[in-house]
Design a binder for this molecule. Structure first.
Ligand code: MRU
Length: 349
């Protein structure tokens, strides 16, 4: 299967596969303004840290198409867009890159140059993500070869980290796709991922298209699976990795890492360097997005809990760096102590 892109930018329009409707419907939503892009990110038409970042680039291109470049006004647009979702650092990373790119073009005579360059930058980032993700998958394979030789593997994953989240093969799911290509997958345990069901709706959809054997499980099954010897390794993505290795990812990731440590099962985070935030020292500094209660109390517009019951819906949690076996980025598989290994890749060593 050739995976298709959930992000299409063509003829000055941004089209996003509406991930809220998958797997029942495959529909694209069309964005013509920055506000359209903001809403699509906030409402999770598009989601997953890398795809949030790429959609932000094209949303800023829409602003540049519709407005004459003015540094102050453009900065306001950038700040506005950054507010769409606070935890995934890829959003701020790509927005800051676009802002610097435009500031460097400031003296250009050609009015259209800002728009053209930003669109080109968006395509470049999407293209590079594919080779980066393949590099990460190869590092993961090396890690597993050391431990398991050529044994067929049972992998557990959480949330959705495939082409829907990344635009190309994906991070943690890219590893799984690569292992599938090497005929090394026995089974993938797909965490359902309450409450938004990125696992049962999106990861299972991708694995079906990839023809990789998988079974959906509820998150509460993790301890049972691990204690029964049914999990060889866990691979998850990341929304933000700070300088000591603490990692924000979809709610439920931290408990998986704790159980994995208890049963001595390797737990890997797979994420590009654009998901690192080396200006933050620990997970305590990461803002955790709170999502609407209705995502828990309702299912597809049907109320499923008492009308008067309140819910609390933190969308991410922090996995402590001390529970992570390795953090795989496009450069290498980083090992603890992360304070040292992360610093090294950002200092160019
Ligand atoms: O709320 P979402 O669906 O955007 O959350 C996505 C995740 O938590 C992913 O695991 C993360 O963004 C990594 S995507 C490669």
């Amino acid at each position: 299967m050739k995976e298709f892109s959930p992000i299409i930018f063509k003829d000055g329009q941004l089209s996003l596969l509406d991930q809220r409707k998958l797997p029942v419907e495959e529909n694209f939503i069309h964005c013509n303004t920055l506000e359209d892009g903001f809403k699509a990110i906030k409402d999770m038409v598009v989601r997953g840290a890398p795809c949030i970042g790429y959609s932000a680039i094209f949303s800023l291109a829409l602003w540049l198409k519709n407005n004459k470049y003015d540094s102050k006004e453009f900065k306001k647009a950038c700040l506005f867009l950054k507010g769409a979702r606070p935890t995934a650092v890829n959003l701020a990373f790509e927005v800051d890159k676009v802002y610097s790119l435009c500031e460097n073009l400031h003296d250009c005579e050609d009015e259209n140059i800002f728009y053209k360059e930003v669109v080109e930058f968006g395509f470049l980032q999407l293209r590079e993500s594919e080779s980066n993700n393949r590099a990460m998958a190869r590092f993961a394979h090396e890690e597993l070869k050391d431990r398991y030789k050529n044994k067929k593997l049972n992998i557990l994953t959480h949330c959705n980290t495939g082409f829907l989240a990344c635009g190309s093969i994906g991070t943690a799911l890219g590893v799984i796709q690569y292992l599938g290509e090497q005929k090394l997958i026995e089974n993938v345990w797909v965490d359902e991922t309450r409450p938004y069901l990125q696992g049962s709706r999106l990861t299972a959809y991708e694995l079906t298209k990839l023809e990789i054997p998988h079974k959906i499980v509820v998150e509460g099954a993790a301890s049972h699976l691990m204690s029964s010897g049914l999990v060889d390794a866990i691979f998850v993505g990341a929304d933000r990795i700070v300088s000591n290795g603490d990692t924000a990812n979809k709610i439920g990731t931290a408990s998986l890492s704790i159980i994995a440590k208890y049963y001595n099962i390797p737990f890997y985070v797979v994420a590009p360097k654009s998901s690192f935030d080396i200006d933050s020292n620990s997970g305590d500094e990461i803002e955790i997005e709170l999502r609407p209660e209705s995502e828990i109390t309702n299912y597809r517009d049907n109320q499923i809990s008492p009308l008067t019951s309140e819910a609390f819906n933190p969308s991410f949690d922090i996995t402590s760096g001390i529970n992570i076996t390795g953090i795989i980025c496009e450069q290498k598989c980083l090992k603890p102590p992360y304070l040292k290994s992360i610093k090294e890749i950002f200092n160019g060593n």
